[in-house]
Design a protein around this ligand. Sequence first.
Ligand code: F3S
Length: 755
Amino acid sequence: LRRNVSMSPLERDSSIPYARIAENIGIVSSRLNRPLTLSEKILYGHLDQPRTAEIVRGKSYLKLRPDRVAMQDATAQMAVLQFISSGLPKTAVPSTIHCDHLIQAEKGAKQDLDRAKDINREVYDFLASSGAKYGMGFWGPGSGIIHQIVLENYAFPGGLMIGTDSHTPNAGGLSMLAIGVGGADAVDVMAGLPWELKAPKVIGVKLTGKLQEWTSAKDVILKVAGILTVKGGTGAIVEYFGPGVESLSCTGCATICNMGAEIGATTSVFPFTHRMTDYLNATGRADIAKAAAQYSSKILEADKGAVYDQVIEIDLNTLEPHINGPFTPDAATPLSKFREAVIRNKWPQDLKVGLIGSCTNSSYEDMARSAALVKDAAANGAKFKSEFTVTPGSEQIRATIDRDGLVKVFESAGGKVLANACGPCIGQWKRDDVPKDTPNSIFTSFNRNFTARNDGNPATHAFVTSPELVTAFSLAGSLLFNPLTDSIEGANGKKFRLKAPTGDELPTRGFDKGEDTFQAPPADGSHVSVKVDPQSQRLQLLAPFEKWDGKDSYEKLPVLIKAKGKCTTDHISMAGPWLKYRGHLENISNNFLIGGLNAELNDVNKVKNMFTGAIDSVPGTARAYKAKGIKWVVIGDENYGEGSSREHAALEPRYLGGLAVIVRSFARIHETNLKKQGLLPLTFANPADYDKVSGHDLVTLKGVSKLAPGSTITLVAHKADGSSVEIPLQHSMNEDQIAWFKAGSALNLMSQTRK
Ligand code: F3S
């Protein structure tokens, strides 16, 4: 078998550990003594301790060794700041940073990019210099969208990667397990620690038949989303198999995996096919294709008789094109029923804007098939009736479709090519064609269509569909159109029917790489200095948190807030306008718990300062306590910290001087994040005791010096009338995690150990 194939042509000194993955699979196979699914093979092939790890799908926690990390510019800022504060000289695994989220679409590619470079200069400079210093590849603004760049350059069959973005699973199109995580997880992996994941269940999707003329890969996932709904994939990997898989291109498989995020799946994956070989060859990675082929049956396909927790079957021969939305990606309507649904639901019938591209759908195939429709229309004298935009997923795609004349086809029909960036997909869209709050419809080939996601207008009805359908509907300008049955008016009022879309899967002349926007890290980056302006409002270097002061008992601490009901990471650390402070812990801490409902005042962002009696905001009160050197606690309800894995929700209370978060129950990732930052996450031994503490009590915590796995902490709630009540608390910290608390944070411990 071939040895030492590098993970990417851009990282010649890395190598794909196929032999180790295969060996680990062998160990686990004989231990479990049952056939394994494809995703189990890749996952267990990356176990830190394959001989001893407990493996029960849906139950046990796996310690894994991912091959690589990718980060986008919004989430990379805090991840990189944390990595810097670990004191490590270089990332332990190959890692990359991608500048794609901070570019706003308004006038067109060039002007928008220039403006973004100007506005975000300090963030880009910081990420570029950190990348050079710590050995991370840096893809500057204009290079493209993280997932497209990963597919073109870094994804490889059988690999395991994590990325700080929910659509990381896109790389499943190249038979890689790629999982979206929060920044704290990325920091662990970059620092060389194993990464923990609850062993996922496996949902099998069996594909039979062959895609028909107007259907595309996108319709597979739109259909799956309709079946499983936005929650149906939670805690599971979606694994595709069956004879229909061969009829899908590699990039089509990536589209399907990308949108697995919309059903809450941990990730999605396809077995290795010859279409992936074609893609690897076309993107300069023939060596990887050859090595993968050699390991195909061992690693890259499910064992015969592998058992899935649930199986869905889709016949591609009869699969219809779908249009999902508005307002949720699981509202799936087949094309043949769409007109009727538009009328019945009174959705705005004019199509205002059609948008193709994004990380989900900007392959050469997508562009070629869409352009074929526009060419056909042009031959009949028709142009776009709606506004039409193209967001290329990468500079390579943009340059190639430009060279091959596709850009000209779109532009001649009235389309506009935007920057290679997220743009309208993440709300970075300065739209001026309809006033805010005016109901209107748009079609996108993106993935998410929650209220106001694209343009900030809650009245915009956004529908998600294939690029081909976005294009056909934009030529017709109406939601009542059906390209399979209806005609469009061409020159001189002559009616014509669009021919079914066709297009090359890969460019016959090869890819044109376009402008070089990649900065490879130097072999030795130790001389590079990372600049952060101390006056900056967007970036701030992290100072290590103080270590535990050794006390056993903390007397009469104020309860900052007793939060009632649902308290997600969005309530704890809001997004929206706060996104710009993602790299500035002090500034973003001003959003701490401003969405949490105060159980005592029945109001949000209003709490009583227990020493002055003043009513102030939550962060304002926390800062007042901190200024006086007073530690505080938060009391929370059930499943506290559910939602995203946002590490700011744990960094902020630590920064503001909190000691403990005491709740009925935690969402697991948030609980772990609190432990990592050196806070005490505690639960009521009896959840009903939540009612025995008031947000206006002072609380004493006893037993901290005796922290051990399974130990208890006693809370004494001191009431205003002088009485008190004792309440037992529990924690779930293991030895390692207790050491994090004592050191002040997991990062502190890591740098201590290193020293
Ligand atoms: Fe960007 Fe939208 Fe994809 S925000 S990463 S293009 S899902």
